[in-house]
Design a protein around this ligand. Sequence first.
Ligand SMILES: Cc1cc2nc3c(=O)[nH]c(=O)nc-3n(C[C@H](O)[C@H](O)[C@H](O)COP(=O)(O)OP(=O)(O)OC[C@H]3O[C@@H](n4cnc5c(N)ncnc54)[C@H](O)[C@@H]3O)c2cc1C
Length: 635
Amino acid sequence: MAKKNVVVVGAGFAGVYATKKLAKHFKKNPDVEITLIDRHSYFTYMTELHEVATERVEPEHIQYDLQRLFSRRKNVRLVTDTVKSIDKDKQTVVTENGSYQYDQLLISLGGESNDFGTPGVKEHGFELWSFEQAMSLRAHLAAIIRRGAAELDPAKRKAMLTFTVCGSGFTGSELIGELIEYRDVLARDNKLDPSEITLQLVEAAPTIINMLNRTQAGKAEKYMKKHGVDILTNSMITEVFEDHVTLKGKDPIPTYTLIWTAGVRANSVVKNFNMETNPRGGRLVANEFMQAKDAKNVFLAGDSMSYQEPGQPRPVPQIVQGAEETAATAVQGIIKNIDNTDTEIKPFKGAYQASVDSIGSKYAVAQVLDNWNVSGFIAVLLKHAINWLYYVQIFSGYYLFQYFMHEFFRTRNRRNVFRGWTSRMGNVLWSVPLRFFYGAMWLWDCWTKVQGSESWFTDKLRLPFSWIQVAATSGASQAATKATSGASEAAGAATKATKGVFSLSYMYGKDPLMVFEKSPHWFESVTKFFVPNLQTALFMQKFMTCVEIIIALCIFFGLFSWLANAITIGLVAVFCLSGMFYWVNLWMVFAALALMNGSGRTFGLDYWVVPWMQKHLGHWWYGNVSSHYDAVKTR
Ligand SMILES: Cc1cc2nc3c(=O)[nH]c(=O)nc-3n(C[C@H](O)[C@H](O)[C@H](O)COP(=O)(O)OP(=O)(O)OC[C@H]3O[C@@H](n4cnc5c(N)ncnc54)[C@H](O)[C@@H]3O)c2cc1C
């Protein structure tokens, strides 16, 4: 059978989602090859563009390398190239550097900013619909504030210190939210009073955030006003100049920074495809199965396509859920065409569970299932949860981990939902003495178990499990039994005489209290399963001592320190449940937690080992990442 080529153009939310699903479905079919073409070697995580533009997130955190995403999918071929046109008759995608024949095609080329022909936007304004635009805005914001801070002419200075966002949809309102937080950072870095920096949100309609209900939009508006944003409604920008913008029927606004977010249209390259587009937004028109008109093997998904469900006032919204859901329908159609089955494809039906509008890192408003209004902390967490779900859907544990890192654990300027409390951008140097102490303490504990009369490396049972004590004594001589029972009676009497005292610090002259005098029943059953007899118990006590030595050395020398400390927390829990640990020892849990902060990276082996592992294990698992993928799978 001749090979079937599935070509996906555009590796954004829709393209990556679809390619993952197709690659999984066809993984055992060597006759199907999937080619994913994008102008970048990475997937741009668009929903964080405003965070990059305002320096909350570093640029590399929204560039998800395609090789990393598809390294385990050998049936996916990656191509970095710019699509120019599509020849439906020859079934070919024409790119800047070549052409690609397809049997089934998915077009998911996304959207771009729509300035509705407003003069000056392209020349003097800024847009936010691609990685490059976010970077250019980021560079401009930092530079213009620097210039403004040095400017002595008051009018010019004010214009330089004014940021004007046009449009109050998701992009505009989310950007102004980030600017609220970024204003403090810029002011601090340039020795300005934050009140000198003016933030404006300009909207042509009488109200803002019109994609949400009025209650939620009202909350967002209140939050913006409280944080010093000037909101100008009924204000249509008519022209943009380098140092000001003009408004219909109103005074001009002096500003060097106009950020245009007022509209989205389809990627303009789709004009070259000779396919039907809708007049508003130039989006490719799809039928209910996400097929292009008159081409049953050309499918459409995401922001570059338009489909209006019967009874709905508007086409599928240009949001991530819209991209995923249209991609899911398109994938079913492609599979059906290739597998040549009679499976009935369900027509597209949009189900948008939640709309969340985040106003900076700490506040958001959301509408869930059209019924519930959620705002504040919970709404921000909801937004994060939606992102986590996407990583699950595209099976990317790596980028899920990275997301946690850059959104929670490595954030600067307190810009995360936990107000920076979860960020580890502190100095781990101060935890190094604790690491040496804690490691040494474990080593000392091991030393007492390795040598001397109390050694755990003899055939004398040290573990306190009652069922094994009985087995050990019954198998031994009667005399020994008597001696042991005599000894334990004496010990029992002693225990009674000196009753343990609860305290979290050791009190001189008192006996500390055990966390559990005796193992809880459930834990005893589990332990009995793993340690059923004397031989296993003797092996386990030696084995556990060896494990403890390794862990102690790891902590002391700072090797795999996160893992080693996490294991000690587990060990403390087991010791407590086994009836071998005192309350006073619980400090160890908190010491271990504190040392999970990357303490081995300073004066420790993790300084070398972790980067080495990241490099070599990363290479082994993901192959070579590259700035450019050309047709050959680099593995
Ligand atoms: C700042 C911002 C914030 C947003 N926030 C949210 C939000 O909170 N929630 C939400 O649901 N949506 C949000 N959106 C919208 C969301 O990002 C889009 O709806 C989504 O990205 C659409 O996915 P897509 O796959 O259709 O297009 P995209 O994700 O844009 O992907 C298109 C891909 O095509 C590639 N491409 C384009 N042209 C070519 C070419 N000629 N040749 C080769 N490759 C090409 C691009 O490089 C890109 O990888 C936001 C958008 C922005 C800009």
